[in-house]
Design a protein around this ligand. Structure first.
Ligand code: B12
Ligand code: SF4
Ligand code: SF4
Length: 381
């Protein structure tokens, strides 16, 4: 039964397809409980609300017997951290540069489900990607798609850090595949690369410190302590993923839907900051970025402008200082003030810097980027 399903999944365009039971070990549930009890989910209240289902697939769907774990590669062709060294540009996470993966993965999951129902009409099934209360990484690890690395995401020996995950749960009894063992060894590259020190320990992430959470999920002003570390990351963050040495085996994806949109990669921060609601919706139609809305997006762009060290962008920041959204307006004032502080010193015959010149932003040597560590040269275990 498994081989025809796997063959169909690959034919539909999935990169990996493996099988496991619709159960999770008590350890995975206990770790989820600890993560929630320590408040590491921040404002993602939806994680706690359905924690019982998240930690136990059969509480979500009691009839589920097996899980078909699917992976779809989005391995980028170039270095996803390259734009970190270009302060007038934006760095957008690799996963968000093309079309929304939720739509593509879901349509393929549904196609696989339709194919299975036609073949086994007495079975029932449900499909999931990302948003359902399902712990996708431990399920994928259990199915042997890879292992949960120290950065907590699933790492594959063949596709590195770059797999999107999705599942078909079914009432069919399918022989489980063996799990993959942990191949992190003594490597700590991802932990060292994190610009905000978001890992309290290997395999544990404090989402409240993670730039992916702060730029995408967090609605309020970005806490001051993380603003400088954001650099020009305006949507998501790839630093811990990108430095993983296992990426060297990943072949760039050939998925047209994930091709970076030129409209995004070529834009300057100033152009993004000028977007109004209608312009934002038009530009990000079909993109995962659309979900955060214009205000949160422009808030992020303004933090990047404040970090740019480019006095020429000060007028852009100032033009939003009275924005009708208070979070945007606050970020604009912060950025404008920071750029005053970073203006070049006056010529030596002038009387000296004004009071705002007292605290320049952290200087960034050309080409260094914001906190992205160099990929580790040696391969872990
Ligand atoms: C909430 C969430 C987030 C949150 C929290 C992330 C997190 N690590 O929990 C935020 C907003 C920060 C986030 C960020 C990102 N996310 Co996200 N996110 C999710 C979501 C919805 C739930 C994850 C979850 O359950 N977290 C709760 C924690 C407790 O679970 P966990 O991470 O599995 O924790 C395990 C470890 O801590 C481990 N553990 C603890 N101690 C120890 C000790 C040992 C020895 C071991 C082995 C394990 C271990 O046990 C826990 C349980 O298994 C999933 C989709 C889903 N429904 O699963 C996507 C998902 C995890 N995200 C995804 C992606 C792509 C990202 C980003 C890369 C996006 C980006 N570029 O900005 C970043 C990566 C940041 C990172 N380093 O994790 C993908 C990951 C794909 C993959 N290959 O793993 C998923 C699976 C979505 C998808 N369908 O593809 N995400
Ligand atoms: S995504 Fe970025 S901020 Fe979040 S844990 Fe990884 S490196 Fe740190
Ligand atoms: S960077 Fe190193 S420690 Fe982190 S997930 Fe990859 S192999 Fe594991």
């Amino acid at each position: 039964m498994k081989e025809p399903i796997r063959a169909e999944a690959l034919r539909l365009g999935f990169t990996e397809c493996r099988f496991t039971t619709a159960t999770l070990p008590a350890a995975a549930r206990a770790r989820l409980d600890r993560f929630l009890a320590e408040g590491m989910h921040g404002s993602m209240g939806w994680m706690a609300e359905r924690a019982a289902q998240r930690g136990h697939p059969q509480s979500l769907w009691p009839e589920a017997v097996s899980v078909i774990a699917l992976g779809l590669s989005y391995a980028p062709a170039g270095d996803p951290l390259a734009t970190l060294a270009q302060p007038d540009r934006a760095t957008i996470s690799a996963y968000a540069q093309g079309k929304d993966y939720h739509d593509l993965v879901k349509s393929r999951l549904k196609a696989l489900a339709r194919w299975m129902v036609a073949r086994w009409p007495d079975s029932a099934l449900k499909v999931f990607v990302d948003t359902a209360p399902v712990m996708e990484k431990p399920l994928a690890a259990q199915a042997g798609l890879g292992w949960q690395g120290k950065h907590t995401n699933l790492v594959s020996r063949r596709h590195g850090s770059w797999l999107f995950l999705g599942e078909v749960m079914t009432t069919l009894a399918l022989e489980p595949d063996p799990p993959e063992r942990d191949h992190c060894g003594s490597c700590r590259a991802c932990l060292a690369a994190c610009p905000t020190d978001a890992f309290p320990a290997p395999y544990r992430l404090d989402a409240r410190r993670c730039l992916s959470y702060l730029t995408i999920e967090h609605k309020d002003p970005i806490p001051e302590e993380f603003r400088a570390a954001m650099g020009n990351r305006i949507y998501g963050c790839d630093d811990c993923l990108a430095v993983c040495p296992w990426n060297k085996f990943a072949r760039a994806h050939a998925e047209p839907a994930f091709a970076p949109r030129e409209a995004l990669t070529g834009r300057r921060l100033a152009e993004f900051a000028a977007l109004d609601d209608a312009g934002f919706r038009a530009l990000f139609s079909g993109s995962p970025i659309k979900r955060i809305g214009r205000n949160r997006f422009v808030r992020n762009v303004l933090i990047a402008i404040g970090n740019s060290g480019l006095p020429a962008l000060r007028a852009t920041a100032q033009s939003l200082a009275e924005d009708s959204d208070p979070v945007v307006a606050e970020a604009a004032r912060w950025a404008a003030q920071r750029l005053v502080a970073s203006a070049p010193p006056p010529p030596s015959h002038a009387s000296g810097a004004g009071p705002l010149a007292a605290a320049p932003p952290t200087p960034r040597p050309a080409g260094e980027g914001w906190g992205g560590g160099a990929p580790a040269a040696i391969l872990p275990a």
